[in-house]
Design a binder for this molecule. Structure first.
Ligand SMILES: *Cc1c(COP(=O)(O)O)cnc(C)c1O
Length: 588
């Protein structure tokens, strides 16, 4: 819409109007010392906010405090996982805000406060993150624990937490005085914020009088990102649970508005129903999501990682010397194509040395820096098939012998209630013991977290990923590796469909009819492409590392991703309006 009167006041540089984007996520990896995340979703949220802060984006974020953290993983000699709490010193990182709001949970009024963490961008922009907390004297002992455990407890606990995150967060944004233009639900966990917006739209009036116009008013403000094609990854609650915890009136209303699916309250459907823009996290995930939710338009914005966070010290020094503005604008990483090969090799050797030192200090095992080293670290979910490398141990041993040795580093936690995931860890550790020898060394590292993730992705020679198609929505650890010049060897799923340039950024494991066929495809690539290139010359390998940074690093980052969210999800109309204004001016 072109309004001549607004022409003079329009600043052509600052696109967003006054007000903020409010970003909601159940987990956010804010600081390595804060155990407020479990894995990929939280890392992505943290990297998104780090880039938004760098770009000076007017944005505020909401999450839960997770006073007791996620869990610390302990693995015994047999590969059995046990879990420890991770309490942390909140006051060391956050300051308490004064407003208090309430939410209704199971008919009880629960008071909520917020702790503020200030994320500072590279040019000094401050992006506040509010961590919601119900540990207040006026709440019952049960309610005081509602913001203790990330993904802890049963589905009752989960729904109660989601009321605090969604409805509590929306009310807290208001109480803190933020003028919110856009509410971004990072995954369906926060979808109940739309219920708070709907109730405020009705001015406290009865929910049964809601009209399509009211729904539209909420939709105009909401954006939703879905993160997984795995059905269990979408929160669903029985109608009995919904009525008991959320209330009969609200449940009936959500049901009437098409938010239930297969007789369950489905938070993904709540988010889809109330959002004007929905997206998946890679091109392929967009397609898969459109098949899952054919009644909705689902776009795609491919994930990224925060480059300055994941580039290792040696590579950061190298990039600083060679590419002036790579931190400000990650697109300049394309210019890595000019970095001398020898320097790439030396930087990688330093990262690999740091990794092997970490392995030695954790396990006492001294690995060989000259030997080809593969990395595999991710949540121990069965679809990720951590044991695919061991489908034919004899063949793996033969490849190791031909390569002059092979080292494989594993890491990853299983959710405390995920028995198949725990069995997978056990099986990998079992095989590691059985087949490790002079040629093949396999190590499973305990307690995969931010720091171990950074050390691993920078220090290995090849990053391996073996998800079962099409369940990997994106994956981001391979992007961290790429920023350090580490190529991927992966199934063509998630981001790798876009990222793989054969022999230039890594290698594809060809699709097969079943696990056995894909294991063979994995061995073939390893034997015929990866090992020969590694043995050929440092120069050939250095060239591969260099193109990996140039092609993958310059695109798969949150600097690009956040700009795409701003232009396509948060403020598409303003972008159109601005373009129109420019055209009108040009025509004068
Ligand atoms: C990057 C990261 C993840 C996510 O990586 P995926 O490739 O999606 O598995 C999970 N956990 C940690 C600790 C990470 O650093």
């Amino acid at each position: 819409m072109f309004k001549p009167s607004s022409l003079k006041q329009q600043s052509y540089e600052s696109v967003p109007p006054a007000g903020v984007v409010a970003y909601f996520s159940m987990e956010i990896a804010i600081d390595p010392g804060m155990p407020t995340y479990s894995g990929g979703l939280g890392m992505l949220a943290g990297d998104t906010l780090r880039s938004a802060a760098d770009l000076g984006t007017p944005l505020v974020a909401f999450t839960l405090l997770h006073r007791k953290g996620y869990f610390r993983q302990i693995l015994d000699a047999d590969g059995k996982q046990t879990e420890d709490a991770q309490p942390w010193q909140i006051e060391d990182f956050c300051t308490e805000e004064s407003p208090r709001i309430t939410v209704t949970v199971e008919g009880r009024l629960v008071a909520v406060r917020a702790w503020r963490y200030e994320m500072v961008g590279r040019s000094g922009h401050v992006l506040p993150i509010y961590l919601l907390d119900t540990d207040l004297a006026e709440n019952s002992a049960w309610d005081r624990g509602l913001t203790d455990h990330l993904y802890g407890g049963d589905t009752n606990y989960r729904l109660q937490q989601e009321i605090v995150l969604g409805m509590g967060g929306a009310r807290m944004a208001n109480a803190l005085g933020h003028r919110v233009n856009v509410y971004h639900m990072n995954e369906g966990h926060a979808a109940l914020l739309t219920l708070a917006l709907l109730e405020s739209q009705l001015g406290g009036g009865p929910l049964n009088q809601v009209t399509e116009t009211d729904v539209e008013a909420v939709r105009r403000k909401c954006v939703f990102t879905t993160h997984t094609p795995v059905p269990a990854g979408h929160d669903r609650f029985s109608m009995e649970q919904a009525r008991r915890i959320l209330g009969a009136d609200r449940t009936a209303r959500l049901e009437g508005l098409g938010c239930c699916h297969e007789g369950l309250l489905n938070l993904t459907y709540v988010a889809l129903r109330f959002s004007r823009y929905c997206n998946g996290v890679a091109l392929q995930h967009g397609k898969v999501s459109r098949e899952m939710f054919p009644e909705y338009t689902v776009h795609a914005i491919t994930n990224g990682v925060h480059a300055p966070t994941w580039v290792s010290e040696p590579f950061a020094e190298l990039l600083d010397e060679n590419i002036a503005h790579w931190r400000r604008d990650n697109l300049y990483l394309r210019n890595a194509i000019e970095i001398p090969l020898g320097e790439i090799g030396r930087a990688h050797a330093r990262s690999k040395e740091a990794l092997l030192a970490e392995v030695a200090s954790r396990t006492g095992l001294v690995l060989n820096p000259k030997v080809l080293t593969l990395g595999f670290a991710r949540r121990a979910a069965t679809y990720k098939r951590a044991d695919l490398l061991f489908a034919d141990p004899e063949r793996l041993l033969a490849i190791a012998q031909a390569a002059g040795g092979l080292q494989i580093l594993y890491a990853g936690k299983a959710h405390p209630q995920d028995e198949p995931g725990k069995a997978l860890i056990h099986s990998v550790i079992d095989k590691a013991k059985k087949f490790s020898g002079a040629d093949l060394r396999v190590v499973y590292l305990e307690n995969y977290d931010w720091q171990l993730g950074a050390t691993l992705t920078a220090g290995v020679d090849v990053w391996v990923n073996t998800p079962k198609r099409p369940y990997e929505a994106s994956g981001t650890s391979g992007m961290k590796a790429a920023l350090n010049g580490v190529p991927s060897l992966s199934i063509l799923d998630g981001w790798w469909i876009e990222g793989c340039i054969e022999g230039v950024t890594g290698w594809a494991i060809e699709d097969g009819a079943d696990d056995a066929a894909e294991a063979i495809a994995l061995y073939e690539k390893l034997e015929k492409r990866v090992v020969p290139l590694y043995l050929e010359s440092a120069e050939a390998w250095g060239r591969l590392m260099r193109t990996t940074i140039a092609f993958s690093g310059s695109f798969f980052n949150t600097n690009r991703m956040v700009k795409q969210y701003i232009r396509n999800a948060y403020y598409p109309l303003q972008m159109v309006e601005q373009a129109t204004v420019r055209e009108e001016l040009a025509a004068q």
